[in-house]
Ligand binder design. Sequence first.
Ligand code: ADP
Length: 612
Amino acid sequence: MSRTVGKVSGNSAAFLLTAIVDSSDDAIISEDLNGVVTSWNKSAERLFGYTASEAIGRTIAELLIPQDSQDEELDVSARLRRGEHVDHFETVRRCKDGALVDVALTMSPVKDDTGNVVGASKIARNISDRKRTERSSLLLSAIVDSSDDAIISKDLNGVITSWNKSAQRLFGYTPDEAIGKTVAELLIPQDRQEEEPNILARLRRGERVDHFETIRRRKDGGLLDISLTISPVKDSAGTIVGASKIARDITDAKRIRSALVESEARFRQLADAMPQMVWTARPDGYIDYYNERWYEFTGFSREVFGDASWVTAIHPEDMRATLEAYYTAIRSGQPYNFEHRLWDRSEERWRWFIGRALPIFDHSGRISKWFGTSTDIDPQKHVEDDLRRANEALEQFAFSASHDLQEPLRAIKIYGELLAKRHAEKLDPQALDYIRFLRDGAVRMEALVRDLLTYTEALKYDRSVEIADANAALRAALDNLSSAISESAAQVTADRLPSVPVSPTHLQQLFQNLVGNAVKYRSPERIPTVRITAERQNGDWIFAVSDNGIGIDPQYKEHIFGLFKRLHTKNEYAGTGIGLAICRRIVDQYRGRIWVDSAPGQGSTFRFSLPE
Ligand code: ADP
């Protein structure tokens, strides 16, 4: 530059120099030995925001150097003072508005005629754009390297141009070993070599290859199941110059898939071998699978699923209730359990089935499927019906028999008494004894008939739901037992009892029999105490009647609940052996249980359960 200047006069040379300096795209600044700015061109104004008049006279350090780069500036100044050049020094400078700008600095010492360093000239080039590109490509390569998938790029001849960490992990080659080799020679097994030309041809046409499942070879020779997604890469002019390739290891996914296929096949085999009809439904209740037995039984088409496939098989009278029960179960997620009739096309008649379905949950606890069965209960249903009819007839017979027996009994009792009262003087003592036996027998017979009647009546279960207050039922029972209780001086205590959905009469009968027995089978050695309690257990109420009486030998724990079963003669303790049978009959109706725990000689606890 100085040579050019030499050819023109001094003044115009200075103008020319200023013009050149001002027209430069780079900021050109000069400073003295103290770092004070002595010149500042137009580009310096544009780049840093200070005008020449704002900048000249102030130090570079205060104008441009960020706080954390002050040391670096001292270092550079020292080098310049020693007469050194600093070439392409990349750093950051602060602009007037506080923004930071990436710059490349070229700095030279300025010397006077004697060669002494008197200051420095600095040329600053804005390299923010380049830095930004560099940073984003760094970010991109960090992303590429952190991916679990192998990410590879290649040119249109299939030569590898980049190779990320997962590519190394998956295939075993380092970037040095892979870059520059072709995909075909490095990764593709011999029997699949034809794949690569096809892929390259598609890429050249600008097409993408999506989730192409294939096999590739690792460095150690092992084969990998992978899924490939390959996209063409274009340069800024839009010309296809290569491809980026994402390879995902699907060895596990494939194994799981084939295990699933296998287990599904096993399930179908099992389901088809079952005598029951088996089906599965989606979480919304749409039936999506039936076993063979279903098609055999119904003769329905295999193409039809959902409600359309089963609703028409159901007896019209059962259809509404079945649908209601089914969709209530689906909505609530509770097991489905329902009896209905299905049309048997081979026998051309309706048969009873019980349909059941259970929800299957996924690992997050959501219903993923319903598993259902339909079981033929037609034979049981008929046996049940026959049994019910036979039972009803028997009840009827027992009821009328015991009812009709009362009439002749009363006659025996009345005439026996008349005989004893009015003709006593004509009878000898033995005849009188016989009459007394006759009367006792009749009284006993009367008790038996009365208890039998109660027993048959205990079966007449009223299905309308009644709520019985157990406190009131117990009070009524104790009223009826009041003379037995006061005679024996028994102490009867009770907890606060709950209300239960049973007939109040039934509950009263239960208490009356159990408390009555507790008082009757008292020990002669102590004052009888009876305690009545209730506790909640698994959705049931368990009532307990405990006494300190004679107790029961454990071997008779079951026996005593049978009809007419007694452990004592009528001379020891009066009774018919029907009371506990009545109790069992009552709790059976409510699907409850009755049982006894006892320590002979110490006392017994009778417990019964009723629904909550
Ligand atoms: P009953 O009392 O009329 O004989 P139950 O059916 O009420 O008939 O009782 C059957 C048998 O169970 C009784 O005969 C008695 O031997 C025995 N039993 C019932 N309750 C008790 C009790 N609380 N303590 C001891 N034994 C009892």
